[in-house]
Design a protein around this ligand. Structure first.
Ligand code: DOR
Length: 457
Protein backbone atom coordinates (compact mmCIF):
# COMPACT_ATOMS: atom_id res chain seq x y z
CA UNK A 1 0.00 0.00 0.00
CA UNK A 2 1.18 3.52 -0.72
CA UNK A 3 2.49 5.69 2.09
CA UNK A 4 0.81 9.07 1.98
CA UNK A 5 2.56 12.13 3.41
CA UNK A 6 0.28 13.51 6.10
CA UNK A 7 -0.83 17.10 5.55
CA UNK A 8 -1.92 19.39 8.32
CA UNK A 9 -4.70 21.28 6.58
CA UNK A 10 -3.39 24.11 4.39
CA UNK A 11 -0.28 24.58 6.44
CA UNK A 12 1.37 21.46 5.07
CA UNK A 13 3.33 18.72 6.77
CA UNK A 14 6.28 20.87 7.90
CA UNK A 15 4.34 22.34 10.82
CA UNK A 16 3.08 19.14 12.41
CA UNK A 17 4.06 18.51 16.00
CA UNK A 18 3.22 15.49 18.12
CA UNK A 19 3.95 14.41 21.66
CA UNK A 20 5.49 11.20 20.35
CA UNK A 21 6.23 9.60 17.01
CA UNK A 22 6.73 5.87 16.58
CA UNK A 23 9.08 5.87 13.63
CA UNK A 24 9.10 3.43 10.73
CA UNK A 25 7.57 0.38 12.36
CA UNK A 26 5.65 -2.13 10.27
CA UNK A 27 2.13 -1.18 11.25
CA UNK A 28 -0.44 -3.96 11.15
CA UNK A 29 -3.76 -2.37 10.68
CA UNK A 30 -7.23 -2.63 9.18
CA UNK A 31 -5.78 -1.70 5.77
CA UNK A 32 -3.06 -4.34 5.85
CA UNK A 33 0.58 -4.15 6.76
CA UNK A 34 3.13 -1.49 5.84
CA UNK A 35 5.96 0.70 7.11
CA UNK A 36 4.45 3.76 8.75
CA UNK A 37 5.09 6.47 11.28
CA UNK A 38 2.47 7.00 13.97
CA UNK A 39 2.00 10.46 15.54
CA UNK A 40 0.54 10.55 19.05
CA UNK A 41 -0.96 13.60 20.78
CA UNK A 42 -2.77 13.71 24.11
CA UNK A 43 -2.69 9.91 24.39
CA UNK A 44 -4.51 9.44 21.10
CA UNK A 45 -3.41 8.50 17.62
CA UNK A 46 -3.19 11.79 15.72
CA UNK A 47 -1.76 10.70 12.37
CA UNK A 48 -0.53 7.63 10.52
CA UNK A 49 1.73 7.83 7.48
CA UNK A 50 5.04 9.41 6.50
CA UNK A 51 5.76 11.88 9.30
CA UNK A 52 9.43 12.54 8.53
CA UNK A 53 8.70 16.25 8.20
CA UNK A 54 6.97 16.45 11.56
CA UNK A 55 8.51 17.07 14.97
CA UNK A 56 7.80 15.43 18.31
CA UNK A 57 8.77 15.63 21.96
CA UNK A 58 10.01 12.08 21.65
CA UNK A 59 10.70 9.89 18.63
CA UNK A 60 10.95 6.15 19.13
CA UNK A 61 12.66 4.10 16.45
CA UNK A 62 10.53 1.08 15.57
CA UNK A 63 12.42 0.04 12.42
CA UNK A 64 12.38 -3.73 12.02
CA UNK A 65 9.60 -4.07 14.60
CA UNK A 66 5.89 -4.69 14.07
CA UNK A 67 3.48 -2.23 15.68
CA UNK A 68 0.18 -3.95 16.48
CA UNK A 69 -3.01 -2.51 17.97
CA UNK A 70 -2.76 -2.96 21.75
CA UNK A 71 -3.55 -6.53 22.77
CA UNK A 72 -6.68 -6.75 24.95
CA UNK A 73 -6.86 -9.90 27.09
CA UNK A 74 -10.56 -10.39 27.73
CA UNK A 75 -10.22 -12.98 30.50
CA UNK A 76 -7.91 -12.62 33.50
CA UNK A 77 -8.25 -13.35 37.24
CA UNK A 78 -6.23 -10.86 39.30
CA UNK A 79 -7.56 -12.06 42.69
CA UNK A 80 -8.14 -8.69 44.39
CA UNK A 81 -9.80 -8.45 46.85
CA UNK A 82 -9.40 -11.44 49.08
CA UNK A 83 -6.93 -13.72 47.36
CA UNK A 84 -4.05 -11.30 47.04
CA UNK A 85 -1.44 -13.83 48.14
CA UNK A 86 -1.88 -15.23 44.60
CA UNK A 87 -2.05 -11.94 42.65
CA UNK A 88 -3.33 -8.39 42.94
CA UNK A 89 -4.36 -5.70 40.49
CA UNK A 90 -0.87 -4.18 40.48
CA UNK A 91 1.10 -7.41 40.03
CA UNK A 92 -1.32 -8.93 37.54
CA UNK A 93 -1.28 -5.83 35.36
CA UNK A 94 2.50 -5.62 35.69
CA UNK A 95 2.64 -9.14 34.26
CA UNK A 96 0.25 -8.04 31.49
CA UNK A 97 2.35 -5.13 30.25
CA UNK A 98 5.59 -7.16 30.43
CA UNK A 99 3.90 -9.49 27.94
CA UNK A 100 2.71 -6.70 25.63
CA UNK A 101 -0.90 -6.60 26.87
CA UNK A 102 -2.41 -3.09 27.00
CA UNK A 103 -5.88 -3.85 28.39
CA UNK A 104 -7.55 -6.57 30.48
CA UNK A 105 -11.06 -7.68 31.45
CA UNK A 106 -10.91 -9.05 34.99
CA UNK A 107 -13.17 -11.72 36.50
CA UNK A 108 -15.57 -11.50 39.49
CA UNK A 109 -14.61 -14.67 41.45
CA UNK A 110 -12.81 -12.66 44.10
CA UNK A 111 -13.51 -12.61 47.83
CA UNK A 112 -15.92 -10.98 48.39
CA UNK A 113 -17.42 -11.82 45.01
CA UNK A 114 -17.81 -8.90 42.60
CA UNK A 115 -21.61 -9.02 42.50
CA UNK A 116 -22.82 -5.73 44.01
CA UNK A 117 -22.40 -2.07 43.18
CA UNK A 118 -20.16 -1.62 46.19
CA UNK A 119 -17.79 -4.51 45.44
CA UNK A 120 -17.67 -3.41 41.80
CA UNK A 121 -16.89 0.26 42.40
CA UNK A 122 -14.32 -0.66 45.07
CA UNK A 123 -12.46 -2.64 42.43
CA UNK A 124 -12.68 0.13 39.83
CA UNK A 125 -11.20 2.59 42.33
CA UNK A 126 -8.53 0.11 43.43
CA UNK A 127 -7.32 -0.21 39.83
CA UNK A 128 -7.14 3.50 39.05
CA UNK A 129 -3.52 4.51 38.39
CA UNK A 130 -2.41 1.42 40.28
CA UNK A 131 -2.86 -0.95 37.38
CA UNK A 132 -0.26 -0.69 34.63
CA UNK A 133 -2.67 -1.33 31.77
CA UNK A 134 -6.24 -0.23 31.11
CA UNK A 135 -8.94 -2.43 32.56
CA UNK A 136 -12.59 -3.38 32.87
CA UNK A 137 -14.23 -5.71 35.37
CA UNK A 138 -16.97 -8.27 34.92
CA UNK A 139 -19.89 -8.27 37.33
CA UNK A 140 -20.81 -11.76 38.55
CA UNK A 141 -24.34 -12.90 37.72
CA UNK A 142 -26.21 -14.85 40.43
CA UNK A 143 -29.77 -15.97 41.16
CA UNK A 144 -29.88 -13.34 43.89
CA UNK A 145 -28.59 -10.25 42.07
CA UNK A 146 -30.15 -10.77 38.64
CA UNK A 147 -32.67 -7.96 39.05
CA UNK A 148 -29.85 -5.50 39.66
CA UNK A 149 -27.81 -6.66 36.66
CA UNK A 150 -29.36 -4.30 34.07
CA UNK A 151 -28.10 -1.40 36.19
CA UNK A 152 -24.83 -3.00 37.27
CA UNK A 153 -23.80 -4.03 33.75
CA UNK A 154 -24.00 -0.38 32.73
CA UNK A 155 -21.58 0.87 35.39
CA UNK A 156 -18.52 2.66 33.95
CA UNK A 157 -15.68 0.15 33.72
CA UNK A 158 -17.98 -2.87 33.46
CA UNK A 159 -17.20 -5.41 30.72
CA UNK A 160 -20.57 -7.09 31.22
CA UNK A 161 -21.99 -9.98 33.23
CA UNK A 162 -20.01 -13.19 33.85
CA UNK A 163 -21.74 -16.41 34.86
CA UNK A 164 -20.25 -19.74 35.96
CA UNK A 165 -22.58 -22.58 34.86
CA UNK A 166 -20.13 -25.08 36.37
CA UNK A 167 -18.19 -24.38 39.55
CA UNK A 168 -14.52 -23.54 39.45
CA UNK A 169 -12.36 -21.40 41.76
CA UNK A 170 -14.65 -19.45 44.12
CA UNK A 171 -18.36 -19.84 44.85
CA UNK A 172 -19.99 -18.20 41.81
CA UNK A 173 -22.47 -20.62 40.28
CA UNK A 174 -25.75 -20.58 38.36
CA UNK A 175 -26.12 -24.18 37.28
CA UNK A 176 -29.82 -24.34 36.43
CA UNK A 177 -31.77 -23.29 33.34
CA UNK A 178 -34.20 -21.25 35.44
CA UNK A 179 -31.39 -19.14 36.88
CA UNK A 180 -29.77 -18.66 33.49
CA UNK A 181 -33.13 -17.69 31.99
CA UNK A 182 -33.67 -15.05 34.67
CA UNK A 183 -30.28 -13.47 34.01
CA UNK A 184 -30.43 -13.62 30.21
CA UNK A 185 -34.01 -12.37 30.32
CA UNK A 186 -33.14 -9.07 31.98
CA UNK A 187 -29.71 -8.00 30.74
CA UNK A 188 -29.01 -6.05 27.56
CA UNK A 189 -25.29 -6.44 26.96
CA UNK A 190 -23.43 -9.56 25.81
CA UNK A 191 -22.78 -11.80 28.82
CA UNK A 192 -19.84 -14.19 29.22
CA UNK A 193 -20.08 -17.79 30.41
CA UNK A 194 -17.96 -20.55 31.88
CA UNK A 195 -19.86 -23.45 30.30
CA UNK A 196 -19.49 -26.80 32.06
CA UNK A 197 -22.57 -28.71 33.22
CA UNK A 198 -22.53 -28.74 37.04
CA UNK A 199 -24.92 -31.71 37.35
CA UNK A 200 -22.69 -33.86 35.17
CA UNK A 201 -19.57 -32.68 37.01
CA UNK A 202 -21.16 -33.73 40.30
CA UNK A 203 -22.22 -37.11 38.91
CA UNK A 204 -18.70 -37.84 37.67
CA UNK A 205 -16.68 -36.72 40.70
CA UNK A 206 -15.87 -40.37 41.47
CA UNK A 207 -13.80 -40.56 38.28
CA UNK A 208 -11.10 -38.33 39.76
CA UNK A 209 -8.04 -40.38 40.64
CA UNK A 210 -6.14 -39.14 43.65
CA UNK A 211 -2.65 -38.04 42.67
CA UNK A 212 -3.35 -38.30 38.93
CA UNK A 213 -4.24 -35.04 37.16
CA UNK A 214 -4.64 -37.03 33.93
CA UNK A 215 -8.07 -37.88 35.32
CA UNK A 216 -9.06 -34.19 35.33
CA UNK A 217 -10.35 -34.22 31.70
CA UNK A 218 -11.98 -37.60 32.39
CA UNK A 219 -14.00 -36.10 35.24
CA UNK A 220 -14.75 -32.79 33.49
CA UNK A 221 -15.34 -34.46 30.14
CA UNK A 222 -16.23 -33.19 26.66
CA UNK A 223 -19.90 -33.87 27.23
CA UNK A 224 -20.01 -31.65 30.34
CA UNK A 225 -18.73 -28.74 28.26
CA UNK A 226 -20.94 -29.45 25.24
CA UNK A 227 -24.11 -29.92 27.32
CA UNK A 228 -23.67 -26.59 29.10
CA UNK A 229 -22.91 -24.76 25.85
CA UNK A 230 -25.99 -26.24 24.16
CA UNK A 231 -28.26 -25.34 27.08
CA UNK A 232 -26.85 -21.84 27.08
CA UNK A 233 -27.42 -21.28 23.35
CA UNK A 234 -30.98 -22.58 23.64
CA UNK A 235 -31.75 -20.15 26.47
CA UNK A 236 -30.05 -17.29 24.62
CA UNK A 237 -32.37 -17.94 21.66
CA UNK A 238 -35.45 -18.10 23.89
CA UNK A 239 -34.59 -14.83 25.61
CA UNK A 240 -33.08 -13.00 22.63
CA UNK A 241 -29.79 -12.52 24.45
CA UNK A 242 -26.22 -12.34 23.19
CA UNK A 243 -23.69 -14.68 24.78
CA UNK A 244 -19.92 -15.08 24.79
CA UNK A 245 -18.71 -18.62 25.46
CA UNK A 246 -15.36 -18.54 27.21
CA UNK A 247 -12.40 -20.92 26.80
CA UNK A 248 -13.75 -23.50 24.36
CA UNK A 249 -12.07 -26.83 25.09
CA UNK A 250 -13.74 -29.30 22.70
CA UNK A 251 -14.02 -29.82 18.95
CA UNK A 252 -17.72 -30.62 19.43
CA UNK A 253 -18.49 -27.19 20.90
CA UNK A 254 -16.62 -25.53 18.05
CA UNK A 255 -18.71 -27.43 15.46
CA UNK A 256 -21.88 -26.61 17.37
CA UNK A 257 -21.10 -22.90 17.81
CA UNK A 258 -20.34 -22.53 14.08
CA UNK A 259 -24.07 -22.88 13.56
CA UNK A 260 -25.01 -20.35 16.25
CA UNK A 261 -22.84 -17.37 15.47
CA UNK A 262 -25.81 -15.02 15.42
CA UNK A 263 -26.21 -15.30 19.20
CA UNK A 264 -22.82 -16.62 20.34
CA UNK A 265 -19.28 -15.34 20.22
CA UNK A 266 -16.36 -17.59 21.04
CA UNK A 267 -13.11 -17.40 23.00
CA UNK A 268 -10.09 -19.71 22.68
CA UNK A 269 -7.13 -19.74 25.07
CA UNK A 270 -3.43 -20.13 24.27
CA UNK A 271 -3.21 -23.18 26.57
CA UNK A 272 -5.99 -25.07 24.80
CA UNK A 273 -4.22 -24.25 21.50
CA UNK A 274 -0.73 -25.13 22.74
CA UNK A 275 -0.91 -27.96 25.28
CA UNK A 276 -2.44 -31.43 24.87
CA UNK A 277 -3.26 -34.40 27.11
CA UNK A 278 -1.81 -36.71 28.25
CA UNK A 279 1.59 -35.11 27.59
CA UNK A 280 0.86 -31.88 29.49
CA UNK A 281 -0.21 -33.74 32.66
CA UNK A 282 2.79 -36.07 32.46
CA UNK A 283 5.22 -33.14 32.08
CA UNK A 284 3.54 -30.51 34.24
CA UNK A 285 1.34 -32.44 36.68
CA UNK A 286 -1.17 -30.20 38.42
CA UNK A 287 0.35 -27.11 36.78
CA UNK A 288 -1.60 -28.15 33.66
CA UNK A 289 -4.83 -28.49 35.68
CA UNK A 290 -7.32 -25.95 34.42
CA UNK A 291 -11.11 -25.60 34.04
CA UNK A 292 -12.28 -26.51 31.49
CA UNK A 293 -9.43 -28.98 31.13
CA UNK A 294 -6.79 -29.25 28.45
CA UNK A 295 -7.80 -32.33 26.43
CA UNK A 296 -6.22 -34.58 23.81
CA UNK A 297 -4.74 -33.39 20.51
CA UNK A 298 -7.94 -33.98 18.54
CA UNK A 299 -9.63 -31.24 20.56
CA UNK A 300 -6.63 -28.95 20.18
CA UNK A 301 -6.89 -29.50 16.40
CA UNK A 302 -10.62 -28.75 16.54
CA UNK A 303 -9.98 -25.44 18.31
CA UNK A 304 -7.35 -24.57 15.69
CA UNK A 305 -9.98 -25.27 13.01
CA UNK A 306 -12.16 -22.74 14.83
CA UNK A 307 -9.34 -20.20 14.52
CA UNK A 308 -8.84 -20.98 10.81
CA UNK A 309 -12.54 -20.92 9.99
CA UNK A 310 -13.16 -17.62 11.76
CA UNK A 311 -15.46 -19.15 14.39
CA UNK A 312 -13.27 -17.91 17.24
CA UNK A 313 -13.71 -14.20 17.94
CA UNK A 314 -11.13 -13.54 20.64
CA UNK A 315 -8.19 -15.01 22.51
CA UNK A 316 -8.28 -14.76 26.30
CA UNK A 317 -5.51 -16.04 28.52
CA UNK A 318 -7.75 -17.05 31.47
CA UNK A 319 -4.75 -16.00 33.61
CA UNK A 320 -5.65 -17.85 36.83
CA UNK A 321 -2.72 -17.64 39.24
CA UNK A 322 -2.29 -19.95 42.23
CA UNK A 323 0.88 -20.26 44.27
CA UNK A 324 3.23 -23.16 43.64
CA UNK A 325 2.53 -24.32 47.17
CA UNK A 326 -1.19 -24.52 46.40
CA UNK A 327 -0.54 -26.21 43.07
CA UNK A 328 1.70 -28.81 44.74
CA UNK A 329 -1.22 -30.22 46.72
CA UNK A 330 -2.17 -33.75 45.65
CA UNK A 331 -4.77 -33.84 42.86
CA UNK A 332 -7.75 -33.19 43.19
CA UNK A 333 -7.03 -31.00 46.25
CA UNK A 334 -4.88 -28.83 43.95
CA UNK A 335 -6.65 -25.71 42.57
CA UNK A 336 -7.33 -25.32 38.85
CA UNK A 337 -5.62 -22.51 36.98
CA UNK A 338 -2.34 -21.35 35.51
CA UNK A 339 -0.80 -17.99 34.71
CA UNK A 340 -1.15 -16.76 31.13
CA UNK A 341 -1.50 -13.01 30.68
CA UNK A 342 2.24 -12.51 30.12
CA UNK A 343 2.70 -15.49 27.81
CA UNK A 344 -0.31 -14.88 25.53
CA UNK A 345 1.62 -12.75 23.02
CA UNK A 346 4.88 -14.78 22.85
CA UNK A 347 3.17 -18.19 22.68
CA UNK A 348 0.76 -17.01 19.98
CA UNK A 349 3.50 -15.23 17.98
CA UNK A 350 5.39 -18.52 18.03
CA UNK A 351 2.30 -20.09 16.44
CA UNK A 352 2.33 -17.23 13.88
CA UNK A 353 5.96 -18.01 13.05
CA UNK A 354 5.12 -21.71 12.77
CA UNK A 355 2.44 -20.81 10.18
CA UNK A 356 -0.55 -21.82 12.32
CA UNK A 357 -2.22 -18.43 12.01
CA UNK A 358 -1.41 -15.20 10.22
CA UNK A 359 -0.29 -12.06 12.02
CA UNK A 360 -3.46 -10.40 10.70
CA UNK A 361 -5.58 -13.10 12.35
CA UNK A 362 -3.65 -12.66 15.62
CA UNK A 363 -4.46 -8.95 15.51
CA UNK A 364 -8.09 -9.71 14.70
CA UNK A 365 -8.33 -12.01 17.74
CA UNK A 366 -6.59 -9.72 20.23
CA UNK A 367 -7.76 -6.21 19.38
CA UNK A 368 -10.37 -5.89 16.63
CA UNK A 369 -12.23 -8.95 17.96
CA UNK A 370 -12.57 -7.72 21.55
CA UNK A 371 -13.57 -4.24 20.31
CA UNK A 372 -16.23 -5.66 17.99
CA UNK A 373 -17.91 -8.11 20.33
CA UNK A 374 -17.75 -6.00 23.51
CA UNK A 375 -18.32 -2.61 21.81
CA UNK A 376 -15.18 -1.03 23.20
CA UNK A 377 -14.89 2.71 22.57
CA UNK A 378 -11.74 3.98 20.82
CA UNK A 379 -9.57 0.91 21.25
CA UNK A 380 -8.89 -2.13 19.10
CA UNK A 381 -7.50 -0.53 15.96
CA UNK A 382 -4.74 1.77 14.87
CA UNK A 383 -6.80 4.67 13.61
CA UNK A 384 -6.77 8.44 14.07
CA UNK A 385 -8.80 9.42 17.12
CA UNK A 386 -8.31 6.06 18.84
CA UNK A 387 -6.33 5.53 22.04
CA UNK A 388 -2.62 5.17 21.31
CA UNK A 389 -2.40 1.59 22.64
CA UNK A 390 0.26 -0.51 20.90
CA UNK A 391 1.88 -3.88 21.28
CA UNK A 392 5.30 -3.64 19.64
CA UNK A 393 6.77 -7.01 18.73
CA UNK A 394 9.96 -8.40 17.25
CA UNK A 395 8.74 -11.26 15.11
CA UNK A 396 12.25 -12.65 14.56
CA UNK A 397 13.45 -12.61 18.14
CA UNK A 398 13.82 -16.01 19.82
CA UNK A 399 13.64 -16.16 23.61
CA UNK A 400 13.17 -18.80 26.24
CA UNK A 401 10.20 -18.23 28.54
CA UNK A 402 11.20 -18.71 32.19
CA UNK A 403 9.50 -18.59 35.58
CA UNK A 404 11.89 -15.75 36.51
CA UNK A 405 10.58 -13.61 33.64
CA UNK A 406 6.99 -13.92 34.85
CA UNK A 407 6.03 -10.83 36.90
CA UNK A 408 2.88 -12.45 38.31
CA UNK A 409 2.93 -12.91 42.08
CA UNK A 410 2.44 -16.62 41.41
CA UNK A 411 5.92 -16.64 39.84
CA UNK A 412 5.52 -19.55 37.46
CA UNK A 413 4.35 -20.43 33.98
CA UNK A 414 3.54 -23.76 32.33
CA UNK A 415 5.90 -22.65 29.54
CA UNK A 416 9.02 -22.44 31.73
CA UNK A 417 11.97 -23.45 29.53
CA UNK A 418 10.01 -23.22 26.27
CA UNK A 419 11.78 -21.44 23.41
CA UNK A 420 9.58 -19.24 21.25
CA UNK A 421 10.14 -17.05 18.21
CA UNK A 422 8.30 -13.73 18.27
CA UNK A 423 8.57 -11.52 21.35
CA UNK A 424 6.81 -8.44 22.80
CA UNK A 425 9.35 -5.63 23.08
CA UNK A 426 7.11 -2.64 23.79
CA UNK A 427 3.78 -1.80 25.42
CA UNK A 428 2.13 1.61 24.93
CA UNK A 429 -1.00 2.56 26.87
CA UNK A 430 -2.72 5.79 25.75
CA UNK A 431 0.50 7.12 24.29
CA UNK A 432 2.65 6.35 27.28
CA UNK A 433 5.50 3.88 26.84
CA UNK A 434 4.96 1.46 29.73
CA UNK A 435 7.27 -1.44 28.84
CA UNK A 436 10.28 -1.28 26.56
CA UNK A 437 12.78 -4.06 25.91
CA UNK A 438 11.80 -5.98 29.02
CA UNK A 439 11.83 -3.03 31.42
CA UNK A 440 8.89 -1.37 33.12
CA UNK A 441 9.57 2.26 32.19
CA UNK A 442 6.55 4.27 33.45
CA UNK A 443 4.61 4.58 36.68
CA UNK A 444 1.22 2.89 36.56
CA UNK A 445 -1.51 4.95 34.91
CA UNK A 446 -4.19 2.34 34.17
CA UNK A 447 -7.73 3.63 33.68
CA UNK A 448 -11.08 2.07 32.87
CA UNK A 449 -11.81 0.92 29.34
CA UNK A 450 -14.90 2.63 27.92
CA UNK A 451 -17.75 0.83 26.18
CA UNK A 452 -20.22 2.20 23.63
CA UNK A 453 -23.17 0.88 25.62
CA UNK A 454 -22.18 2.68 28.81
CA UNK A 455 -20.78 6.00 27.67
CA UNK A 456 -21.90 8.66 30.11
CA UNK A 457 -22.66 12.19 28.92
O1 DOR B 1 -9.04 -23.23 35.90
C1 DOR B 1 -9.69 -22.22 36.17
N1 DOR B 1 -9.31 -21.39 37.14
N2 DOR B 1 -10.79 -21.95 35.46
C2 DOR B 1 -11.64 -20.97 35.84
O2 DOR B 1 -12.61 -20.77 35.18
C3 DOR B 1 -11.39 -20.20 37.07
C4 DOR B 1 -9.96 -20.13 37.31
C5 DOR B 1 -9.59 -19.53 38.63
O3 DOR B 1 -10.14 -18.48 38.98
O4 DOR B 1 -8.73 -20.08 39.32
Amino acid sequence: MAVVPVENGRQGPMTQTFDTILRAGTVVNQDGEGVRDIGISGGRIAAIGDLRQASAGETIDCKGLHVLPGVIDTQVHFREPGLTHKEDLETGSHSAVMGGVTGVFEMPNTNPLTITEETFTTKVKAGHHRMHCDYAFFIGGTRENYQNLPELERAPGCAGVKVFIGSSTGSLLVEDDGGLRKILGVIRRRASFHAEDEYRLNDRKGLRIEGDPRSHPVWRDEMAALMATQRLVTIARETGARIHVLHISTKEEMDYLRDHKDVATVEATPHHLTLAAPDCYERLGTRAQMNPPVRDASHRDGIWRGIEQGIVDVLGSDHAPHTLEEKSKTYPASPSGMTGVQTLVPTMLDHVNAGRLSLARFVDLTSAGPARIFNIACKGRIAAGYDADFTVVDLKRSETITNEWVASKAGWTPYDGVKVTGWPVGTFVRGRRVMWQGELVSPSTGETIRFMETLKP
